[in-house]
Design a binder for this molecule. Structure first.
Ligand SMILES: Cc1cc2nc3c(=O)[nH]c(=O)nc-3n(C[C@H](O)[C@H](O)[C@H](O)COP(=O)(O)OP(=O)(O)OC[C@H]3O[C@@H](n4cnc5c(N)ncnc54)[C@H](O)[C@@H]3O)c2cc1C
Length: 381
């Protein structure tokens, strides 16, 4: 059948990869090329298993990175503790690595079958039913594409969610805002070495890491009023004003912010159903868990693979495949979403007391029994 995928991000490319052997697949991506922005994610869990099944795990692993762990830094530049990643890697049986979000996209692109019709610079303006067994996307200027199935993989703000599940189109803000960017500086990357820096601060936190030998990655997050759902605008001067003083190395990185970078609310999406007729939702459009150890990306790949598997099993019975996708996949997506909600409040400490409690908690992680328990819980999230 003809399948149109809206969005050529991680989810859209993973789905196209899996559907291409059986279907004629078109991917419509609004940006003019692969999107470079984003942050370092931990890749493990359902996404790792799905990438193994898809045969792309080695491609992704070759683009990944193995950090030693995290060092926690105070505003005066001193270190308040460390956390090693080795117990996590061991508990996951080695199925764990770190990778830049854009590298996941590039890795999937490198493995994309030639038969996929990937069109950059194509922004979908509207999606609608086109009879009982067809759906159409409208790109404006009279450009309409009709197909047997349309899957919206266009991120947490997908307008298709309102169409599929009326009343559930809005995002659910989690009470924080995240900015991230990369900049070239080989000496700085060397100075950072194999440990990420994370600031031990309240209300605002910063991460810094060597993305590779040449580039430094920055991620900054601040607490916000959760009722504020307005989409932020990236502004390097605002970053300087809000995040100055977290740590001397973060101050240095703030002076290197580009004019344009990822800057958005930490938000979830939820819908009681993921398809209506021949229009379906996948990835963040269906179930964004919000920033939680990069689980959004892992979940987007795994959800896309689950959808493709269900459609494959259902053959010509597309509606049966869509229902099976939901039955098979919702439990995992919901569990990750719940754990995203729980971790949201702990993500950025509210005050000095919470910072202190986290420091004590980190020391406890060094104890053998606690370490094993927490590692298992983290991997199960
Ligand atoms: C550039 C970028 C940087 C990111 N950085 C971070 C980060 O620092 N922290 C974080 O927590 N999450 C970040 N994310 C989100 C993260 O990538 C997702 O949570 C996760 O990978 C799930 O992927 P997805 O494919 O479902 O959604 P997304 O990664 O959001 O991909 C959606 C894709 O759809 C495209 N699209 C949107 N609307 C349309 C339209 N109307 N027509 C055609 N195409 C459309 C977008 O351009 C994008 O490529 C980032 C996403 C992007 C695109």
């Amino acid at each position: 059948m003809d399948v149109t995928i809206i969005g050529g991000g991680v989810c859209g490319l993973a789905l196209a990869h899996e559907l291409a052997p059986d279907h004629h697949v078109t991917v419509l991506e609004a940006s003019p090329g692969p999107r470079g922005g984003g942050y370092m994610i931990d890749f493990f869990g359902p996404g790792f298993v799905a990438a193994e099944r898809m045969g792309v795990i080695e491609e992704l692993r070759s683009r990944g990175h193995a950090f030693e762990g995290v060092r926690y830094g105070l505003p005066d530049g001193t270190q308040s503790g460390t956390l090693d990643v080795a117990p996590l890697v061991k508990a996951a049986g080695g199925r764990y690595f770190s990778i830049l979000r854009p590298e996941v996209e590039l890795g999937l692109l490198a493995q994309l079958p030639d038969s996929v019709d990937l069109r950059y610079g194509k922004r979908v303006l509207d999606v609608r039913d086109a009879g009982p067994q067809h759906a159409a996307v409208d790109m404006g200027g009279g450009e309409v594409l009709e197909s047997d199935l349309v899957v919206a993989c266009d991120g947490v703000r997908s307008p298709a969610r309102e169409h599929v599940a009326p009343g559930h189109g809005a995002i659910i803000p989690m009470g924080y805002r995240v900015a991230s960017y990369l900049f070239e500086d080989a000496p700085f990357a060397r100075e950072l070495g194999e440990r990420m820096l994370m600031t031990d601060t309240a209300q605002r936190i910063g991460w810094l890491y060597a993305a590779d030998a040449q580039r430094v990655g920055v991620m900054l997050a601040e607490r916000l009023d959760p009722s504020d759902a307005r989409r932020p605008t990236a502004d390097p001067e605002r970053l300087q004003a809000v995040y100055a003083g977290l740590h001397p190395q973060i101050d240095e990185a703030l002076t290197r912010a580009p004019d344009s970078f990822y800057d958005d609310l930490g938000a979830q999406s939820w819908a009681p159903r993921w398809s209506r007729g021949r229009i379906a939702l996948a990835g963040d459009a269906a179930h964004a868990p919000s920033l939680l150890a990069g689980q959004g990306t892992s979940l987007a790949i795994a959800g896309a693979e689950a959808l493709a598997r269900s459609l494959r099993a259902a053959g010509p019975h597309v509606e049966v495949g869509l229902a099976e996708y939901e039955r098979r996949w919702r439990t995992t997506a919901e569990r990750t979403r719940r754990s995203g909600r729980l971790s949201a409040s702990a993500f950025i400490p509210e005050n000095r007391m919470q910072v202190r409690l986290q420091q004590i908690g980190r020391r406890a992680i060094g104890l053998p029994g606690v370490s094993r328990l927490l590692t298992r819980r983290f991997l199960a999230a």
